[in-house]
Write a new protein. Sequence first.
Length: 640
Amino acid sequence: MKHLIVSCLALIAALLLKSTMVLPSRQALALPAFQVSAGEITILDRDHSPVSTITDGDLVQLQIVLDGNVSTATQVSFGFKDAADIGESCTIPAGRDRCQTESFASLGWYWQPEGRAADVRIIRASVEGLPQKLAAEVRVLPRPVVMVHGFISNWQAWNNYLGPQGYLAGIGLQGFSVGDGQAPGALNTGSLAAPAARTNTIAENAAVLGEYIRGVKQITGAQMVDLISHSMGGLISRYYIDRVMQERDVAQLIMLGSPMAGTDCADLPAALGLYLPATLEIRPGYVEGIFNRQITHRHGVPFHALAGVPIQDAFKSPCTEVPTDLAVSLQSVAAIPLDVNQMPILHTELNLSEQVFNEFVKPRLQTSPGGFPQEPDPASPTLPQKPLQFTRLYSSHIDAGSSQKVTIQIDPGVTVASFALYDTTRSLAVSVTGASGNTIELSAEKNGLVVLEDPQAFFYLGYGFQDPKPGAWQVTLSATGKTPENGADYALMAHFLGGAELDARLSAILPRVGETVQLKASLILGGQALELDEGHAKIRAPDGGTETLPLEIAGGQAEASWRPLSPGLYSVDFQVTGISPEGAPVERADFLAVEVQPGEDLTSRTLGLGAIVIVLLVALWVVILRRRRHSRVKQHNGSR
């Protein structure tokens, strides 16, 4: 027995000795982090495949693999060779040799902070407990730039930016202008060759922009682009980012003179039924009342805007507030939360100016890593601003060789009266007679006289007066030798500061087909409603047809009811005439918008009612059958 116990103990000791002689596997080594001497960094693309070349903005992941497992959880931070922090990190779990970051956009990787190109980036990893840093190299290509033109324009608006001698090529960037044929898609914001033809809506143009961006990404292999827009192109770009973009493919939106609150200058061509619906969709009534309330999502895209502010005097601004670029005011550009800058450049020059490119556009295109904040959506939609005050808008036709006189009433209390003329031929001559009966010689210095020969401008001629004498002013419009044989159409209005204010309201701006909309208007002076003389609302339907709706006058209130019969965008232009305390006539106009929603589907409603009727009939039939059965059972029991 004693020998048996000794033998067993000897066997156990041998087995224990043998087990201690087995070499551990790599997994069992679990080296402390400071004993790891080397490793490898890998850049992974959005499909988790290793890559050595990316385009600025591409989605990537950074992976590190050490030459041994770590014994404790180990933090890894990534940066560039120049010590710039990438802002990404990962943690290697205890007993493992690798980790990788979440996917992130490589925005700004092509640019150093001083605006110097960095076509090769060296990425370094700082491993907790490891004295030396690991490094990897990746080639970076620049993001392409997509440009979006504005109202009554085309891709050639960006000629100064395009081509081998263009602004973009000068800093090594590839430019694409929507409609240039480099990718499918062309915007329709109005054509000078066919002013009465229908334009695209903002939504339709945003869909075209989406098609074009897809083409650019296919051509270049890039996942993101920079968007630069001029004027109405900013509204199109905002709609694209909010409603069309499926996954983020815009690094940043750079806007030049884009009317975030619209522009009343568009009231002039709209009055003639030209360039519809674009002229209606760029007016404040639509942009502030409807567009800004619906288009609020930015999906992380930073917005940058430049406002032209060369005009500082109100009498020199025919159809906007000041400061202004003549078409879009600073207040309109800054009507939504965004980064706003200012330069003394006219609206029509913002997309051409080398100064604008060098001082505003280029620094943003050259934004380096860390300069792309995740742009939040505004906390709440912006509310419409106080509308500008305009006189009645006059529109008519002048035959070749003839003239017309337009009388504009300036009421007491008006401190500035600034006139704007839209002439389809840009050929009419203007003569102004003041309330005193004297003809006024207009000049740029005294009256801010400006003549815009650019056919894409919102107006042709503007001029104004500081502290004008109250009374009837006569504006004589005459055909000239430049006027075509078929004459010229025109629209004329005046912008007032001071005096009475028109308060025009709609009970609904997004009604359904057939829903009654109440229209109300009053003239207010010093907090009191003036006595009204006459009023009407001109309503333009989505098909271009118009109707004039008389407003019923009851003291200081003008009212009417209206029922839209089809969906789409309607303009509702108020014109109200009242009487000042001095007995002088007071004329004001306001230009609102209604976007009618489709009504309930009659077929679906009919089917629904039919189904209810069938259910009720079946239920009634079941009740009848039960009563008959109960009656038969009762009769049978009685017979027994």
